[in-house]
Design a protein around this ligand. Sequence first.
Ligand SMILES: *Cc1c(COP(=O)(O)O)cnc(C)c1O
Length: 230
Amino acid sequence: MIKQNLEEVERNICAACSRSGRKREDVTLISVSKTKPISMLEEAYAAGSRDFGENKPQELREKQETLPTDIRWHMIGHLQRNKIKYIIDKACMIHSVDSERLAEAVSLEAGKRGIVMPVLVEVNIAREESKFGIYEEDTLAFIEKISALPNIRVEGLMTIAPFVENAEENRIFFRKLRNLYVDIKSKNIDNVTMCNLSMGMTGDYQVAIEEGATMVRVGTGIFGERNYKQ
Ligand SMILES: *Cc1c(COP(=O)(O)O)cnc(C)c1O
């Protein structure tokens, strides 16, 4: 089932790339495996997935320690400072930097291990009360500030778009984020590469790709519905 789901997602990604004149290799599919058992991740791995997304630090760590070492682990969820230590040497990227205090703490932990952690800045592009993230108008100043930290490198922007019935409703938000990304990239800030735009989930990744996503985060479309009730 997971293999077939991945094949379907892959076809959709290819179609969205060709509709928008983009190359397939310019889009990374992140298989969002939060709450799912190791056996399902193994199935996805066997079907070719090498990028997995998790939102709980301890869960990311446990899965990382169990599964093959060529997997790239993306930390995509809200991160508390006291949990950075669980993932600092396990995650390839943190997609959810949303405060100066968090950026400083990530840099400090990365420094202790002698590494530079790639990060994305989470932007609350639709200004939803319920969501984390920096507002659009504050993003440039925020990035200028945290770019001075020695052990992180800002590689782009991430957003979680509103939950909508029709993915087309989110096109405007993806376009806004892409414009912000291009604008910040053009400033050529030291230590800021702006090479990744992480946007689009199961309901709207095709639209996100048409609007320039370089990373899409797909959970339900690969692993099925999540059951949070235990
Ligand atoms: C859970 C999650 C996803 C995947 O959501 P689906 O709708 O299941 O594809 C993507 N991004 C983030 C940040 C998430 O927490």
